[in-house]
Design a protein around this ligand. Structure first.
Ligand SMILES: NC(=O)c1ccc[n+]([C@@H]2O[C@H](COP(=O)([O-])OP(=O)(O)OC[C@H]3O[C@@H](n4cnc5c(N)ncnc54)[C@H](O)[C@@H]3O)[C@@H](O)[C@H]2O)c1
Length: 378
């Protein structure tokens, strides 16, 4: 079987760094892959050069490379879709304008997926604002494609967090496990190494970070570590002059590999921003929020039952509120259509279980009530 993989924004810097990892067996092992590279018409010429390069690599696992500006051609019967292309945040641009521009792009992406993709397609959204772009896309095809088939990339933040800890402790990064990125892929994300994070020693014993590290290291995890991970993307732009590309591409490839191919190791979680239909950890339903996830047989499952500190819940709430605001800005554009579909589609009703009962402000206030109930127990 040939796996059909579509990548939007394929001529951009992340696309360029990502494509070899999809083509060379790093993600999908010995399976044959067909790449469909999607771009805006103006970028098709440079995309043709990328296609030549891919063919020149003579990867034995690459069966074909198609370049197109038509999402319907790119997504036709696609098994895996990686949405990297989006409208960039220009200097001086308000976040709301960024959301408006991208909502229109991701509405079209969702409609094209709905029309032609395989019904079990798996979709990874990389383009920012990644969580809300993912929400917009999945809402456009929820009557045919399960929202569980989508995730937005926070695995880069996860890897950044692991890298910071490994460097501080002088250990290999693969000895650091179960750091969690909670929330939005933005500066409100909460990198949390103390709730479930552990080190693996030479014989495989798990040593929880909160009880193994010195008081000084724990203080660092509560302070400088958090702001370093939250601001890492900005720092890379400041120093490199452009945004993270190699690390974003590698983490997108590795997220796909863990999610769809290998699964997570026994006891391991990775961070993935997923559709919150259950209200995990008291977080508002109907947003795409990053949680600790276990992956098995091509599915993600949020790890539940972790005990979070009051401080952690406060951080989660900040990120949740930002996502609610982003959703509000996006829904202003797509809500009339969604309201129509709520009254006609039972699958959409279950997906929008909180939103179907009232206005957006009702959703927000009910989640705050849930949150206050949790905080009062701590
Ligand atoms: N989630 C993460 O961890 C993470 C990390 C880094 C960057 N990003 C985001 O990834 C996105 C891509 O970053 P980049 O550095 O590759 O940007 P880039 O500007 O180099 O490339 C983006 C590409 O998308 C294309 N594009 C724009 N609109 C499109 C559309 N409607 N259909 C198809 N293609 C379209 C552009 O022509 C361009 O080639 C950005 O939104 C960036 O903010 C996310």
């Amino acid at each position: 079987m040939t796996i059909k993989i579509a990548v939007s924004g394929a001529a951009g810097q992340i696309g360029y760094a990502l494509l070899p990892h999809l083509a060379n067996g790093h993600v999908f092992g010995h399976e044959q892959v067909e790449l469909r590279l999607l771009e805006i018409p103006q970028a098709l010429k440079s995309l043709a050069g990328t296609r030549y390069e891919l063919l020149d690599c003579a990867f034995p696992t690459l069966s074909d490379v198609i370049c197109t500006a038509d999402p319907l051609e790119a997504f036709d019967n696609a098994d895996v879709v990686v949405l990297v292309g989006g409208f960039p945040r220009l200097k001086g641009m308000q976040r709301k304008d960024l959301i408006t521009r991208n909502t229109s792009i991701f509405t079209s992406m969702g409609q094209a997926l709905n029309d032609v993709a395989a019904s079990d397609v798996k979709v990874l959204v990389v383009a920012n604002p990644a969580n809300t772009n993912c929400l917009v896309t999945l809402k456009e095809c929820s009557s045919r494609i399960n929202p569980k088939n989508f995730c937005a990339l926070t695995y880069l933040d996860h890897q950044r967090a692991k890298g910071q800890i490994a460097q501080r402790l002088g250990v290999s990064a693969n000895k650091v496990k179960n750091v969690t990125i909670w929330g939005n892929h933005s500066e409100t994300l909460y990198p949390d190494a103390l709730t479930d994070g552990y080190l693996v020693d030479e014989v495989g014993n798990k040593m929880p970070l909160k009880s193994t590290l010195s008081a000084e290291d724990v203080d660092w995890l509560k302070g400088a570590f958090v702001s370093t991970v939250q601001n890492r993307g900005k720092k890379v732009i400041e120093i490199r002059g452009s945004s993270s590309a190699m690390s974003a591409a590698i983490s997108a490839a590795d997220c796909l590999k863990k999610w769809l191919v290998t699964g997570t190791q026994d006891g391991e979680t990775i961070s993935m921003a997923v559709y919150n239909d259950q209200g995990y950890y008291g977080i508002a339903k109907d947003i795409v929020f990053s949680f600790p996830c276990v992956c098995k047989n091509g599915e993600w499952i949020v790890k539940e039952g972790l005990t979070l500190s009051k401080l952690a819940y406060e951080r989660l709430e900040i990120s949740q509120n930002e996502l609610l605001e982003e959703r509000e800005a996006a829904l202003e554009l797509i809500e009339p259509k969604l309201k129509r579909s709520i009254s006609t589609s039972s699958s959409t009703i279950s997906m929008m279980s909180t939103a179907s009962e009232g206005s957006l402000s009702d959703v927000k206030s009910s989640s705050v009530v849930e949150r206050n109930a949790i905080l009062s127990k701590i």
